[in-house]
Design a protein around this ligand. Sequence first.
Ligand code: ZN
Ligand code: CU
Length: 525
Amino acid sequence: MLDLKIEGATVVDGTGTPGGRTDVGVRDETIVAVGDLSRESAGRTVHAAGRVVAPGFIDMHSHSDWRLWANRRAESKIRQGVTTEVVGNCGFSPAPVSDEHLDDLKGFALYLPRGMDFRWRSVGQYLDAFDADGTAVNVVQLVGHGTLRVAAMGFARREPTAGELTTMQRALADAVEAGAWGLSTGLIYAPGSYATTAEIVALARICARRRRTLYASHIRGEGATLLDAVAEAITVGREAEVSVQVSHIKAAGRPNWGKVTRALALVDAAAAEGLDVMADVYPYTASSTSLRSLLPDWALEGGISSMVERLGDPAVRERIGKELEQPVTGQSLLDRVGWENIMISYSPRRKDVEGKRLSEVGGLTGALDVLAAEPRSAMILFQLDERDLREALTHPRVMIGSDGSSLAPYGELGEGKPHPRSYGTFPRVLGEYVREQRVIPLAQAIHKMTGLPARRLGLADRGVIRPGAKADLVVFEPRRVRDRATYEAPHRYPEAIEHVVVNGRFVIRDGEHTGSLPGRILRLP
Ligand code: ZN
Ligand code: CU
């Protein structure tokens, strides 16, 4: 007797091979049979002719660790078919925390939900606190280097002392011991940007003591300095002997379009050398980040309150303006993007500017005013090339990662005009790039959402459909699946994702959220 039988769907099993029509049987939280199950009885049967059943999608690059504290239903992700999120990316994680620098961490956070009370200090305590309540999706946690640095030394713009480095190393070692999956960096974000390569290597080495750990990096530059930045990530992999994930690979700014090909050639060369280097990408030609990342990183020295103070000083504003016009890289922001291509997406204390282009709010002056009023403001930058995107989507070492979060069209997670990737990434790949543009075959696209990230993480029992694997499954209609979230109206669920099962339980049934919270923290074995 099965608990669940999915009958007559095309089973695309996550390995990259095209599927065939057959049945999938689930008992408890495990897939127990794949094949003709017409003679098996089941507690519930889903008739799925004309549908695809695939392993639940693994979002390789997410920031949901913050948002899930506001809403455990993971609405915008589960409705895409995502059943596991890799969180703690770009240097940001909610732990470890030190008493001394708790306020710095709160300033560093790009989003602080009401439910986040920082009752934890270590990453282990954090994982336990998170896991005390259920959640719709499974979660793989990385430790943010920015957070580690903030806990050890605040927003100090210098190298760590030997003692501070040891503090970071110990916190990271404890975190990995408690089940965190590795280290992430955000080398464009202060204070992560204050770190030298040697500091990153010294930390990544700690991860490398355990198998399957990952060093995921928002690299030091994604525009003029893209290739140097990819090379730096590879150096960390070589010197620390750790697996490297280049996060959300892209070439930002028109003068840099086409460089993704060269960046991926560096990844291939590293692989040929025997290093384990891969990347992830989201299917959009706009990026999104904090508005404060427009600033040169010295402007954040000492923390967010210092930044706000500086923004009140006309001399400092002038210096910021000059540095943006004539940066060390020789490419100014305006060469790369232009104010008309930057949209303010989120600014709770300046709702009047949400959805507006910087060209409409007075360019840099306007941006600095918004930032002073709301340091947590975010922006969307229309600055990427479609051809670069296709290049990344089709590359065998690139998987899918949204760089978004679990949002919801209601409550505090429904505010602003966030990047549509949080609602549309996976169905957009399936609808736009598989069906409409035929950039990649369906089975390969699914592999990049399932088997490939699972193998990357060493998750032996997820990301595939076979007897013995965990029952994380998605059933969708391949002819109709598509994203509906746009830059103007981002809080919209996709179409034709019909059922999503996490650990054997329905979270989405017939397109509706059941309220079930069967997900959990997955711990590094
Ligand atoms: Zn990032
Ligand atoms: Cu990110």
